[in-house]
Design a protein. Sequence first.
Length: 128
Amino acid sequence: MASSAIIEIVSPGGPEDAAMEKDEIEGAVLHALEVSLEAQLRAVKRLRAGPREAKAARKGTSQIDMVHDVLRRAGKPLHVSAIIERVEKLHGFKLERESIVSTLVKKVNRGDRFVRTDKNVFALKGGE
């Protein structure tokens, strides 16, 4: 028995198989240590680089949320022109007519939050 071996591996295939198993175990342990040390090194490099710039927080409300707010406040279906006017008054944002109509139609077709009551007239689904 070798004095440097911590674990004696007994293999049914004899000492040659035991040596191979020992080498595989040592390789796996060394690989795990290497991966761990690499992760630690990356962490140290990040800390040395200083604080990262924070990502800019999303400012304001999405356009579709503004439309939802306008329709909720109105409590009734509105023509897209009235929606655009009210969004500009309430939220200070000028919506692009084609873009918002396209988005609303897609939401209506998906059954998501809005219904179409007439041509270019939209309301909240279920009168939310």
